[in-house]
Ligand binder design. Structure first.
Ligand SMILES: Cc1cc2nc3c(=O)[nH]c(=O)nc-3n(C[C@H](O)[C@H](O)[C@H](O)COP(=O)(O)OP(=O)(O)OC[C@H]3O[C@@H](n4cnc5c(N)ncnc54)[C@H](O)[C@@H]3O)c2cc1C
Ligand code: SF4
Length: 444
């Protein structure tokens, strides 16, 4: 190894392969059979369980935990998949600390919830390891549906439509399906090629043709899809990135955090990935945390997250913040970049402290400089390349009911559609619900 965390500039192989392997291993290792029984035993099987209400896909959590407790994890998995066909990925990536586990009565009583996420993983992994697909399609309806985007929203929609007997074609821009499960989720949350394996498993339902490298917008129009199919679902996510609006944004070494993570997720060998010695991440959401943690794990000497508001306003949960802090990431709150410094390549960031009055944010005039050879922008994504003619709301495709857009016969869901939090599980719920609405419309 030639490089170390102290090598100046942006360099690969700051850590040796063994350290990288340890750093990027499974964040929450799976429960074994005995551990799962012990964890399941803590559930009170509440009537009107608050954990179900807190789950965007409304999984019957007490039922699946009881099925684990009675030694039938495959039945538990079926309970999960009935509501959330990407239950395997959601078990790994859901911010359970702000969803089901936050609502769990044992969290309120003892500050220690039932480990719903890990139990869900135990059940879904057990069934998926058998390689079987637990659903059979209904008799063919002769109806066809086009789905744009093979992310969580598109896949959940396609699976539910296929289940009802419709023929689905998924048009995906990228070379692989999975959306951000494949290209965006932090490496240590979905190790071992799980995203790809999950897509393969989901496709076993049959009746879904996945066409990769087929972007809507270049050589494929919404008008053609409306003409050629009985219904269209748009699940294209958010492909654009917000601008920093600070001087020097175009300096070498200033990159979009989602692109940085995508490169990391697709790297065959983490030792080949270059990372800065001093990394500054700008933003306050999951992307900012993931980019910061992964930079540190790749061997950056210092990683600082700059967030323009106070800690309490940060979109990333306290759990995520603590995870980052435990890996050595530093947070500076109430701070915004005003200039990216350097001569060609970035050498630092000039930062101004901020003051919030209600939703209004103003600079205090007090500034400081922080050394950086890499700046990762994680300040939000935007809708890009949405077909013309669709009404928008708040920069996303406007939808009403279960994902109906302003254009007849066209539905939308997931990150690209208005309403709902930008989470994997929300995208799955919206894709599934749109599929039910499409089914009702086609068969009505
Ligand atoms: C870095 C990062 C980390 C995240 N971590 C988490 C996490 O830990 N937990 C969590 O719950 N959520 C997380 N999220 C949010 C979550 O990934 C998204 O909310 C979710 O993936 C949205 O699903 P989707 O199907 O709407 O969009 P996407 O996953 O973005 O999928 C959209 C798909 O459409 C394709 N596409 C786009 N345009 C076109 C076109 N014109 N034609 C054809 N195909 C097209 C894209 O290539 C992509 O495959 C994270 C997001 C990011 C950016
Ligand atoms: S709230 Fe907690 S204890 Fe009650 S059913 Fe849900 S997981 Fe079990």
């Amino acid at each position: 190894m030639t490089n170390s965390p102290f090598t100046p500039g942006i360099a690969p192989a700051r850590l040796d392969r063994a350290e990288l392997e340890t750093n990027f291993s499974d964040l929450h290792p799976p429960l074994d059979g005995h551990e799962a029984l012990v964890a399941a035993d803590r559930c009170y099987f509440c009537h009107d369980a608050p954990c179900i209400t807190a789950c965007p896909t409304s999984i019957d959590i007490p039922l699946f935990i009881r099925q684990i407790a009675t030694g039938t994890p495959e039945a538990a998995a079926k309970t999960i998949f009935d509501q959330n066909i990407l239950g395997g990925m959601c078990a790994r990536v859901c911010p359970t600390e702000t969803l089901c586990e936050e609502a769990c009565v044992r969290e309120a009583a003892e500050g220690k919830p039932v480990e719903i996420g890990r139990l869900q993983r135990y059940a879904t992994d057990t069934l998926m390891a058998k390689g079987v697909h637990p659903y059979e399609r209904a008799a063919p309806t002769g109806k066809t549906v086009a789905v744009v985007g093979a992310g969580p929203a598109g896949l959940a929609c396609a699976h539910r439509l296929a289940l009802h007997g419709h023929d689905v074609t998924v048009f995906e821009a990228k070379p692989k399906g999975g959306g951000l499960n494949e290209y965006g989720i932090a490496y240590y949350k979905a190790v071992g090629g799980f995203a790809e394996a999950e897509v393969d498993w989901l496709m076993k339902i049959g009746g879904i043709a996945l066409q990769t490298g087929r972007p809507l917008g270049s050589g494929l129009t919404l008008a053609e899809l409306r003409e050629g199919f009985d219904a269209v679902f748009l699940g294209m996510g958010l492909q654009g990135v917000n601008a920093l609006r600070a001087n020097g944004e175009t300096r070498e070494g200033v990159v979009d955090a989602v692109g940085f993570i995508e490169e990391l997720r697709q790297a065959g060998d983490l030792a080949t990935l270059p990372v800065g010695r001093n990394v500054v991440v700008i933003g306050g959401g999951m992307t900012a945390i993931d980019a910061a943690v992964q930079s540190k794990l790749l061997g950056a000497e210092s990683v600082t997250v700059l967030y323009r508001r106070g800690r309490e306003a940060m979109p990333a949960s306290r759990y995520e913040q603590d995870l980052a802090a435990s890996k050595g990431v530093r947070f500076v709150f109430n701070a915004m970049p005003v200039e990216i410094l350097g001569n060609g390549a970035v050498t630092g960031v000039r930062v101004e402290y901020t003051r919030s009055e209600g939703r209004t944010l103003t600079g205090t005039g007090e500034t400081f400089e922080i050394a950086a050879d890499q700046v990762l922008k994680a300040i939000g994504q935007t809708l890009e390349g949405a077909p013309e003619g669709l009404e928008l709301a708040g920069g996303k495709i406007a939808v009403s009911g279960a994902g109906r857009t302003s254009v007849p016969g066209v539905w939308a869901g997931g990150d690209c559609a208005s309403g709902g939090e930008d989470l994997t599980v929300t995208a799955v719920a919206e894709g599934r619900d749109a599929a039910e609405d499409i089914h009702a419309a086609l068969m009505g």
